[in-house]
Ligand binder design. Sequence first.
Ligand SMILES: C[S@@+](CC[C@H](N)C(=O)[O-])C[C@H]1O[C@@H](n2cnc3c(N)ncnc32)[C@H](O)[C@@H]1O
Length: 222
Amino acid sequence: MRVLVPEILDVLAAEDPRAIRSRRDLVLVNRVMRQSTIMAKALAPLRAPKVWVDLGGGDGRFLLRTAGRLAAHWLGVKVLIADRQDIVSADTRAGFAAMGWTCQSLKGDILETLPDLSPDLVTANLFLHHLDDEALAALLGLVARGKAFVACEPERSALAVLGARLIGVLGVNDVTRHDALASVQAGFRGRELSQLWPNPQGWRLKERAVFPFTHVFCAHAL
Ligand SMILES: C[S@@+](CC[C@H](N)C(=O)[O-])C[C@H]1O[C@@H](n2cnc3c(N)ncnc32)[C@H](O)[C@@H]1O
């Protein structure tokens, strides 16, 4: 069963030094988990979107790294980084601009901001596990109004629990150590996300574990 424990980063102010440090740790954690490689591989077969929304996109550094892997074939994309906090730096915005992309942040709870958007592509990295099944079903109902969705989340496995318990070896702070284990315990396995998808008939759904720690869910409209 998924166990949801509030994550510390979600309650810290954006300018809190522990939050700033933990967001920096997240860049390292994403690299160790190979999240942007896994996400880019899942996105590569898709047609280039005009508007791409990243749910719970944080400071946008993950999205920028992923976009960099696709930018040779995906031209002039508009990315919307949707998060409770508006923390996308000028450097990150400049990174998107350097690829010929535009980047906009969208501050607020995702269940309130998403209904106003009509993106071609929606992604989520280390975000869906924050939500309980009821909120997830509501969110996926909104996402399913679009054409494509890819999420890279923690796999709820014994190996991922071990990795989260050992994450201190990376030199990360107390917030990251706490949130890593909480994330795995709230993560996914099997076809848990497919089962919450609202209208599976019109969609091709794929869901699987990717070594070492990731759970990938892809939904493409038929
Ligand atoms: C673990 S961080 C991941 C950030 C980013 N995707 C990355 O990989 O670096 C989760 C993010 O979700 C955001 N978040 C949590 N609950 C949210 C909600 N209900 N609506 C919007 N953002 C939310 C947090 O502010 C945080 O930035």
